[in-house]
Design a protein around this ligand. Structure first.
Ligand code: NAD
Length: 489
């Protein structure tokens, strides 16, 4: 936290259709990760700003719920078109705060728009069920009604996609939404809220409250907020899940990850290595569906993989987001970079074999940027803390097992259960993994198995608390409640 000493770009809250400064007593720094400089200050709000947002949301929501689902989806169509018109400037803003490459920033927005596309089908998605003649002259029908005012709390790493995952279904279903974005990447949320108003949503339907843990605790304690959708690290996810549920709110809370990529001897190794390297190091490994662990099945596979991975990783280049030759950009903050460096030191201390060490990297002209070179460990063991915990950076760990069964057991025993991938040519092996593994999202020769917008996204174990996934039809269930009418005329 800092107190402002010189003029600098200010990020605001967005409440009742306009930017709102808040009382401004607490401010957070927003960095440009590529240069290491502070580029803006963001207000770290609390109860007062949240109450203003709740007041706006409560005022707007009944009218919005009364609008037909088709009219609401027309607003979302226009919202999508406006975002597409401004894709380039939005991607630049996003990339400047996060550090991801411009192409990745465009993808971040585009994948969020896929969910808006999906919820433009609100009239179909919100349809109820009807059973005629369940008794003499008796029919039963159901309807889905919005919850009222709902909230989303999002992480730094997908500043557009994850807010759009949540606010799209919530608003399509007739709720008013309060978004608390990450204080590290706060600006794009305000732009999205302004564009939704421009598209025709009433003021107060989408409000953005900026802040850190104090704002999160205010949201969890606010009785007018009926549901909370959270994405972030697992300890915070669990805290949000337990606190919101104890307060009687509906809650879904997605947490961290440590995804395993299993490689069988029959895999197309060149294709597997290309996929693994992209999935492990793309976006500097700051993705919950990154692939930070590769599990070689058999010593022969391990030797072949190791050789190919070393060669491929040595070609990788970390650079500025606009550098067309860069494979990935800087990490989000200096603190996050130092945290990853501590995990690398821990891996060495625990006895893993450090094959490539990215810690000495310096990017010419960007010496103060938060860059970290790609790092590769071999002979990582399941009892190592550097394996058990999420690192969330450009670090890949090679492990070795003797059979597919051991690989499935390893992935299933890990505390996180977001994603798992198998590289193989065997349909039998693929089916066995898909059926047996205790992980929520499975890839077969697909290195980042993020489901499309009309399925749903969610892990198992410490990767998700609550039972309904993000987006897909689960999201419509999450943001509505069902009423069932039994009638005789
Ligand atoms: P984070 O947990 O630090 O922050 C997430 C949100 O919680 C932010 O809005 C932040 O302000 C708030 N917050 C942070 N600490 C808090 C506390 N002590 N009490 C209350 N609120 C708090 O996560 P992050 O660093 O922004 O994002 C990275 C994490 O998110 C990784 O663990 C990653 O795996 C996870 N993630 C998960 C998914 C998924 O769908 N499972 C998707 C993306 C990211």
């Amino acid at each position: 936290m800092v107190y402002m000493s010189r003029p600098m770009r200010r990020v605001f809250h967005y409440i009742q259709g306009r930017q709102f400064p808040g009382d401004g007593t607490r401010l957070g720094e927003v960095f440009d990760p590529a240069t290491g400089h502070t580029q803006a200050h963001v207000p770290l709000g609390g109860v007062a700003e949240l109450n203003a947002a709740v007041h706006a949301a409560l005022g707007a929501q009944p009218g919005w719920a009364a609008v037909s689902a088709q009219r609401r989806s027309q607003v979302l169509f226009r919202f999508k078109a406006l975002i597409e018109q401004q894709l380039e400037s939005l991607a630049k803003l996003l990339s400047s705060e996060h550090g991801k490459l411009l192409a990745d920033a465009r993808g971040d927005i585009q994948r969020g728009l896929d969910v808006i596309d999906f919820v433009c089908g609100a009239p179909q998605l919100l349809k109820g069920e009807f059973s005629a003649g369940v008794g003499p002259g008796i029919d039963v029908w159901s309807m889905r009604q919005p919850l009222g005012v709902v909230a989303g709390i999002t992480p730094f790493n997908f500043p557009a996609m994850i807010p759009l995952w949540m606010l799209g279904p919530a608003i399509a279903a007739g709720n008013a939404f309060i978004l608390k974005p990450s204080e590290r990447t706060p600006s794009i949320a305000v732009e999205l809220a302004a564009l939704l108003c421009e598209a025709g949503a009433p003021a107060g339907i989408l409000n953005v409250v900026q802040g850190d843990r104090e704002m999160v605790d205010a949201i969890l304690a606010q009785p007018a907020i009926k549901a909370v959708s959270f994405v972030g690290s697992s300890d915070v996810a669990h805290h949000v899940y337990a606190t919101a549920a104890a307060a009687g709110k509906r809650v879904q809370a997605m947490g961290g990850a440590k995804n395993h990529g299993l490689v069988l001897p029959d895999a197309n190794l060149d294709a597997a290595v290309g996929g693994i390297v992209g999935a492990a190091f793309g976006s500097a490994g700051e993705r919950c569906m990154a692939l930070p662990v590769v599990v070689a099945i058999g010593e022969h596979t391990a030797a072949a993989l190791r050789q190919r991975l070393v060669a491929a990783i040595k070609q990788l280049r970390a650079g500025a987001p606009e550098d067309p030759l860069a494979d990935y950009g800087p990490l989000v903050t200096a603190a996050h970079k130092q945290r990853i460096e501590r995990y690398i030191a821990l891996g060495v201390a625990e006895g893993a074999e450090l094959l490539i060490d990215g810690r000495a990297l310096s990017v010419a002209g960007r010496e103060r940027g938060f860059f970290l070179g790609p790092t590769l460990f071999d002979r990582v063991r399941a009892d190592m803390r550097s394996y058990q915990e999420e690192i969330f950076g450009p670090v890949l760990q090679i492990m070795r097992v003797e059979s597919l069964a051991q690989g499935i057991q390893l992935a299933s025993a890990h505390p996180y259960g977001n994603g798992v991938v198998l590289f193989t040519r065997s349909g039998e092996a693929a089916r066995c993994l898909a059926e047996q593994v205790e992980v929520g999202m499975v890839g077969i020769n697909v290195p980042i198995p993020v489901p499309v917008a009309y399925h749903g996204f969610g892990g198992w174990k410490r990767s998700a608390f609550g039972d309904l996934n993000q987006y897909g039809t689960d999201s419509i269930r999450f943001f509505t409640r069902t009423k069932i009418v039994t009638q005789r005329w």
